[in-house]
Design a protein around this ligand. Structure first.
Ligand code: FES
Length: 576
């Protein structure tokens, strides 16, 4: 045992008999830590993204206490620490701008401190990828605990979902179908408990990815935040991370190519967020796992959407949990040859061992693979002269008849141009037009904001138009829907072809053929390219500058170029 303990990373701090051992231990004792906590037992960091500025994670202090109980019960020494918290609803210009910054905070906090294993507390959209990216670049045993979704929104006897019904009600308001009073009333009915968005938006998608990747315990995706079983899961994770340290089950043994393949298929089966594409690519990049945009298309082929949840369907995460949650979906994939069954998970069992007997209690919420909610709905990767490096569309949230469409471009040069003109009754646009939004990619916005699902012009909404083809280099909220082509790369601000589109150009979308084509002769495009000038960056110093100078394209996960890869857990020097 003593020999085993010597090997622990934390003993390079706490297991010393010199001046450094004094320094490393003595200050820790100031809050009453007994000496036996330094005896070589696993030291577990609990990385907490609690913040009052991140409402979705506001219950995380309680969650952290449950993790601590678990760590102590298993004989570990828990130490909670904060990480930059990214609240989707408040942060401007977009929380995504700070995902990579937060990942740096997490990576360096883990590496610099005497930790043997880490529990990641994650909820609101970007808190999940940023923590996993940071932890992946260090490589210690790591387990993920998601905060859980809110209870279903309830409005005048109806279920309403985060985001999804914000978009639909705001369109109804603009079309004059509901009053401002009704709109305001819905505001307090939608978010009525702790937790993150309860649609299958990006937060619930990423919580599902944590479970599908094997980084979280079974049940992680769907247990509501306020259900006592969420606290039990946190406590079990606290116990389990101690064992993971003892087993040397490091994050790289779980996040293998097989795990990512499972995650991609699960994302297709849950009708998950397009944001998962960017985040999974970025996480894989940290681990050196070969994954590219085309994998999402290839692996998603033949996968059906099984989960009838907003924004693709009608139910919410609470219903998903009562129906059996993600294990019920994973079982369907496993029974239909769409799962790498042997992929190892955090509890030490394979993903198949965890889910092969998972029950489903409501086939209206989680459909059987043989009778799916929607067919063949994996994320489609489009290519063509408008997006040589790729663009994506989420077929499950699109209008089938618009998936093959040719129309004249109505171009918005940037988000301000869009806001200025979209409500103008004189805007030259009809239902067959293709809306094009430029300069909203990683460098352009900056941070690749969720503005790709452009609201439709009121004059068309009033005529009953509910969807149009929209194309941009932006992202879209996981709670949004529509025939929306996203992540066009290279982005406009980097001189991609999107920058060259002009009003009236003919654009062709053909999802079945994976085609996105701008029908403008090459010589005309060359002339436009010669005149093109990059937009002025909105800020020329600090993190914004670092970000714009180093951010990679969407097809590479929009990580910073110098963050790709891992540095491992070693810190060669003492601090005094
Ligand atoms: Fe936090 Fe949706 S705003 S998860």
């Amino acid at each position: 045992m003593a020999k085993e303990r010597k090997k622990r990373r934390s003993q390079a701090w706490f297991g010393r008999e010199d001046i450094y051992g004094f320094i490393y231990r003595s200050w820790m004792r100031n809050r009453g830590v007994p000496g036996d906590q330094f005896d070589g037992r696993p030291v577990i960091g609990i990385c907490n993204t609690w913040s009052e500025l991140t409402p979705c994670n506001s219950h995380f202090r309680v969650l952290a206490e449950h993790v601590k109980h678990g760590v102590l019960e298993a004989g570990g020494f828990p130490l909670e620490f904060p990480a930059m918290s990214l609240g989707e609803t408040l942060m401007r210009p977009t929380a995504m701008l700070y995902r990579n910054l937060a990942s740096m905070d997490v990576e360096e906090s883990i590496r610099a401190n005497p930790l043997d294993g880490v529990v990641l507390l994650m909820g609101c959209d970007k808190t999940t990828p940023s923590l996993i990216m940071g932890a992946a670049s260090v490589g210690l045993p790591t387990i993920g605990v998601s905060g859980g979704p809110m209870l279903s929104g309830k409005y005048r006897g109806q279920d309403i979902g985060s985001g999804t019904n914000v978009w639909s009600m705001s369109e109804d308001l603009r079309a004059g179908k509901i009053t401002l009073e009704e709109f305001h009333e819905a505001e307090s009915c939608m978010h009525r408990s702790h937790g993150h968005c309860m649609t299958m938006g990006t937060a619930s998608t990423m919580a599902s990815m944590v479970e599908a990747l094997g980084l979280g315990l079974p049940g992680n995706a769907a247990i509501p935040a306020v259900d006592a079983r969420r606290n039990v899961l946190a406590r079990q994770a606290g116990r389990r991370i101690v064992e993971m340290v003892q087993e040397d089950l490091v994050i790289g043994k779980i996040l293998t190519r097989a795990a990512f393949e499972n995650a991609i298929r699960v994302n297709a089966a849950i009708g998950g967020s397009t944001n998962a594409v960017i985040h999974l690519l970025a996480i894989a990049g940290r681990l050196g796992v070969k994954l590219d945009l085309d994998d999402f298309d290839a692996l998603g082929k033949g996968v059906h959407t099984l989960v009838n949840l907003m924004p693709s369907g009608k139910y919410l995460m609470e219903d998903f949990f009562y129906a059996g949650g993600l294990p019920a979906v994973i079982r369907e994939l496993g029974e239909n040859g769409l799962l790498n069954r042997k992929a190892l998970t955090a509890n030490g069992s394979s993903i198949w061992q965890n889910s092969k007997r998972a029950p489903c209690w409501n086939r209206d919420v989680v459909t059987a693979f043989a009778k799916p909610f929607k067919q063949n709905t994996g994320i489609a990767v489009l290519r063509g002269n408008l997006a040589p490096n790729g663009a994506i569309i989420k077929p499950s949230a699109a209008t089938p008849k618009l998936m093959k469409h040719k129309g004249r471009a109505v171009v918005f040069e940037n988000i301000e141009d869009f806001h200025r003109r979209i409500d103008d009754p004189k805007l030259d646009i009809d239902a067959a037009s293709v809306m094009v939004l430029k300069n909203c990619g990683p460098k352009g916005y900056p941070g690749m904001a969720e503005v790709g699902n452009m609201p439709l012009p009121p004059k068309l909404l009033k005529k009953g138009v509910t969807d149009m083809v929209r194309i941009s280099d932006a992202r879209m909220s996981g709670t949004a829907y529509g025939t929306v082509v996203l992540h066009a790369s290279p982005e406009a601000a980097a001189g991609g072809p999107l920058a060259l589109v002009e009003n009236g150009d003919l654009i062709e979308l053909d999802v079945a053929k994976r085609r996105l084509q701008l029908h403008v002769p090459e010589e005309v495009l060359a002339a436009r390219r010669a005149k093109w000038k990059p937009p002025r960056p909105p800020m020329t110093r600090g993190y914004w500058k670092l970000y714009v100078d180093h951010v990679l394209g969407a097809e590479r996960g929009a990580d910073l170029d110098f963050l790709v890869g891992a540095s491992g857990p070693l810190v060669p020097r003492d601090n005094h």
